[in-house]
Design a protein around this ligand. Structure first.
Ligand SMILES: [Mg+2]
Length: 413
């Protein structure tokens, strides 16, 4: 068909944008096979209609294709309907054609992405979350699955309610249901997030590094006790760090290699980092643990940034002291800012992930703070929480689908 001439400046002649133009919604449902979309549009092309909107979903081999087109002339409208129905019948498809006016209703203001992670995701949880969204006055505009592995992740696009209000309502619901729900505001900044900074102990790795050293020094129980109290926020981090490191005094520095080999990455850690790197993110770690381990992780995982405390070594033995400024709760937030400045990424476009009380300042300073299998005090204060033991599920909170994760997998050696 001949293209329409361009509209004069300032005048909107786009039929699809105009609210008073008659339109037809054509819905096709049935077994998916190649050529359905081409066939439908071939049929419609005979009536010189314009496409206003198209949405297609295929679920377990069943297709739902919804096409919104400008209505043809009144004289040919009946013929269009008859032709589409007979085309659909010839392919054993169902067709429904509904007359109306204009385009889709504009989405409301206050737009958010709600990601729900379930393992499994039950109908009961989904019902409760949808009901909560409705109760806040929000409207669910779209729903789609981000991933089925290692958890079922679905994303709801919601409008009509402020993100903070939705987050508060759903946080309560999620805790009651035992699913993870993340609410982030929609908009360009979500696509622009370009720096992810992680805690190390019990986040990137499953271990607490000082406990690994302590096992070699034979003071594991004493150290574990102090670590647990510090992570619960009951002890000043710096004092507890010095107390624990002092217990390592005299330990042979050759244990560093042993501890590096003992460190167990959290499931999904490699996938998370590989995918982020393939998508152009910069990735760093900050740790209240030790550079003797984080520098090795930086090399092994191809991280852009790493900072931690350094165990002082003299004559091949630990002195029981750390050197330089202590990386504590405030230090972690400061390092996030430094990494962001160095990466050229505004703080609002950073993501921080951590599990302990000493991660709280960093989680709050980041654009998105994710409490990962965190202590309750951290979970309650963070923007969002992940309580399944797979680090790659954080990707779904950023709106990255499993397909994209697998595509990134194919890009690297
Ligand atoms: Mg930690």
């Amino acid at each position: 068909m001949t293209p329409s001439p361009l509209p004069p400046a300032g005048q909107n002649s786009d039929a699809g944008q105009s609210s008073d133009v008659p339109t037809l919604l054509v819905k096709i449902f049935g077994k998916d096979r190649p050529g359905i979309t081409a066939g439908l549009f071939d049929t419609l092309a005979a009536y010189s209609v314009d496409v206003v909107d198209i949405e297609q979903v295929v679920s377990r081999g069943r297709l739902v294709l919804c096409v919104l087109v400008t209505a043809p002339t009144v004289a040919s409208s009946g013929e269009l309907r008859a032709t589409v129905h007979s085309w659909a019948e010839s392919l054993k498809l169902e067709a429904e054609i509904i007359s109306g006016i204009g385009d889709n209703r504009p989405r409301g203001s206050g737009r958010s992405h709600v990601t729900v992670l379930g393992h499994p995701l039950t109908a009961e949880s989904t019902a409760a979350i949808a009901a909560s969204i409705t109760a806040t006055g929000g409207n669910i505009d779209r729903i789609f699955r981000l991933a089925k592995y290692p958890v079922t992740a679905v994303e709801f696009a919601v409008s009509g309610v402020a993100t903070s209000e939705l987050r508060t309502a759903l946080a309560t619901e999620a805790a009651a249901l035992g699913v993870d729900v993340a609410v982030v505001s929609a908009g360009l900044h979500r696509r622009a997030q370009r720096l992810v900074v992680m805690d190390v102990d019990s986040t990137l790795i499953q271990d607490e590094v000082i406990e690994l050293f302590a096992a070699h020094a034979g003071c594991e129980d004493e150290v574990a006790e102090v670590t647990a109290a510090a992570m619960r926020g009951e002890l000043d981090f710096e004092q507890s760090l010095h107390a624990r490191v002092a217990l390592l005094r005299g330990l042979d520095a050759s244990v560093v290699d042993k501890v590096r080999a003992e460190v167990r990455l959290t499931p999904g850690a490699r996938t998370l980092i590989r995918t982020l790197k393939a998508l152009g993110y910069q990735v760093g770690v900050v740790s209240g643990g030790f550079t003797q381990v984080t520098d090795d992780l930086k090399d092994r995982l191809g991280l852009d940034f790493a900072s931690a405390n350094t165990l002082e070594i003299e004559d091949g033995k630990f002195t029981g002291r750390v050197t330089g400024d202590v990386v504590d709760r405030a230090g972690k937030a400061r390092l996030l800012r430094e990494f962001a400045a160095e990466a050229g990424v505004p703080l609002a476009q950073t993501v921080a992930i951590g599990d302990g009380a000493n991660d709280l300042d960093m989680l709050n300073a980041a654009g998105l703070g994710v409490a990962f299998n965190a202590k309750p005090v951290v979970r309650e204060a963070a923007h969002t929480a992940v309580n399944v033991p797979f680090l790659d599920t954080v990707l779904y909170l950023l709106g990255i689908t499993r397909e994209e994760v697998e595509a990134a997998d194919g890009l690297v050696d």
